[in-house]
Design a binder for this molecule. Structure first.
Ligand code: PLP
Length: 344
C-alpha cells in the first residue's frame, strides 16, 4: 500500500492509442514527447513507442532533445520544434538533433554552420512559429521535413482548418523531397486529406480526446491517484478546509486525500472537481490545500489507504480538466516532481 500520490503510466494503453491514431490517419505517427511527454516521462514513453514502431519524435527544447537522445541512443530521429535558437547549432549537431527551422536567421545559422538534416515550419495562420508562405525559401540541402500547425483542430467545423490545410498543401509543393507533417491530435480526426505523409500527435497518445472531451477510441494512459489519509465525521454547521471553503449544511463524512496543489491538484479543481473513490464519483469539498484535498464520502465505506482517482480510466482527464476550467494538456503537465511516476 503506497501512502503517496502516484502517477501511473499505462504503457499498453499508450501503445493502443499510438496504433489507433495511425489507423485513423492512415499515415505514420511521429509522437510529440515535449514537456517530458506531457508530464509522463519522455524516456520511458518514447522507448515504449519505439517498441511499437515509432522512429521519429518531436520535442520543443534543445535541452529536451539532448536528454531524449541520451535515453534512446543514436538511431531515432528527433526534431526540435524551437528550431535552431542563436548559438544552438553546435549543441544540436553534437546530439544528432534536427531543428525545425522557423525563421530566416535560423536557416542562415544552420546552413552557415554546416547544415545537415533539418525541418522547416511554415506558418499557415497561427502566427506563432514559422515562416509565412510568401516568405518560404526555395528547397535547400538537408531539408527532410516541412510542417505546419493547426490553430483550431479541436473544433472540426471551424473554417480555419480547411484554410490552413489548403495553404499548407500549396506551399509544400515547393519541397517535393520532404516529408509533409501537418496534423496534431485534433488534426488526425479531421479527415484523410489532413494526414499528408505523417501526423504529429501529442495529447491523444496520452488519452486526451481530440476535441477536449473523452473519446472512446482512446484509452486513459495517465492515472493520477492519492490515498485517503483520514476519514472524519463533520457535524452540520462546521466547515472544512481553509477559509471555511465548505460549510456542512448536514452531517457529512469527509475523506482527507493526500494530494494537493503541490502535487498538481490545481486549486481550480474546487468547487467542481470530482474524484473516484471505491467505485463512486464524489465531489471535492472546499479549498484544495498544498498537500491534501477533501472529498465528500457521505454514506460510503472508506478506509485509510483507499485510493482516490483524480484522473484516469474512471475519471477521464478531459472531464476533470473541464471541471477545473482548463484543458487536459495543462492538467497532465501540472503533476509535479513530488509525485513518483510508475510504469506498467
Ligand atoms: C504540441 C504540438 C503538437 C502536438 O499537439 P497535440 O494537440 O498535443 O496533439 C504538434 N505540433 C506542434 C508544432 C506542437 O507544438
Amino acid at each position: 500500500m503506497s501512502l503517496n500520490a502516484v502517477l501511473d503510466v499505462d504503457l499498453s494503453a499508450l501503445a493502443h492509442n499510438f496504433h489507433a491514431l495511425e489507423a485513423v490517419a492512415g499515415a505514420p505517427a511521429h509522437p510529440v514527447v515535449k514537456a517530458d511527454a506531457y508530464g509522463l516521462g519522455a524516456a520511458p514513453v518514447a522507448k515504449a513507442l519505439l517498441a511499437e514502431g515509432a522512429r521519429i519524435f518531436f520535442v520543443a527544447r534543445v535541452t529536451e532533445g539532448e536528454v531524449l537522445r541520451a535515453a534512446l541512443g543514436a538511431e531515432p530521429v528527433i526534431y526540435v520544434l524551437d528550431g535552431c535558437p542563436p548559438g544552438a547549432a553546435t549543441a544540436l549537431r553534437a546530439s544528432g538533433l534536427r531543428p525545425v527551422l522557423n525563421q530566416p536567421g535560423q536557416i542562415a545559422d544552420w546552413l552557415g554552420s554546416g547544415g545537415g538534416p533539418c525541418g522547416l515550419q511554415i506558418d499557415t495562420g497561427m502566427n506563432r512559429l514559422g515562416l509565412r508562405p510568401e516568405d518560404a525559401p526555395g528547397p535547400f540541402a538537408g531539408l527532410e521535413l516541412v510542417m505546419s500547425h493547426l490553430a483550431c483542430a479541436d473544433e472540426p467545423s471551424h473554417p480555419m482548418n480547411r484554410r490552413q490545410r489548403d495553404a499548407f498543401a500549396a506551399v509544400a509543393t515547393r519541397y517535393p523531397g520532404a516529408v509533409r507533417s501537418f496534423a496534431n491530435s485534433g488534426g488526425v480526426f479531421l479527415g484523410p486529406d489532413f494526414a499528408f505523409d505523417a501526423v504529429r500527435p501529442g495529447v491523444s497518445l496520452y488519452g486526451g480526446g481530440p476535441e477536449g472531451r473523452p473519446d472512446d477510441r482512446l484509452k486513459a494512459v495517465a492515472i493520477f491517484s492519492a490515498p485517503v489519509l483520514q476519514v472524519r465525521e463533520v457535524p452540520a454547521g462546521e466547515s472544512v478546509g481553509y477559509s471555511r471553503g465548505f460549510v456542512a449544511d448536514r452531517p457529512v463524512r469527509v475523506a482527507t486525500v493526500g494530494a494537493g496543489y503541490a502535487d498538481g491538484v490545481l486549486r481550480s479543481y474546487s468547487p467542481r472537481g470530482q474524484v473516484v473513490l471505491n467505485g463512486e464519483t464524489r465531489p471535492l469539498l472546499g479549498r484544495v490545500s498544498m498537500d491534501v484535498c477533501a472529498v465528500d464520502v457521505t454514506g460510503l465505506d472508506v478506509a485509510v489507504g483507499d485510493r482516490a482517482e483524480l484522473f484516469g480510466p474512471r475519471r477521464r482527464i478531459d472531464d476533470q480538466a473541464s471541471a477545473a476550467g482548463t484543458i487536459a494538456y495543462e492538467l497532465q503537465t501540472s503533476v509535479t516532481a513530488r509525485v513518483p511516476r510508475r510504469y506498467r
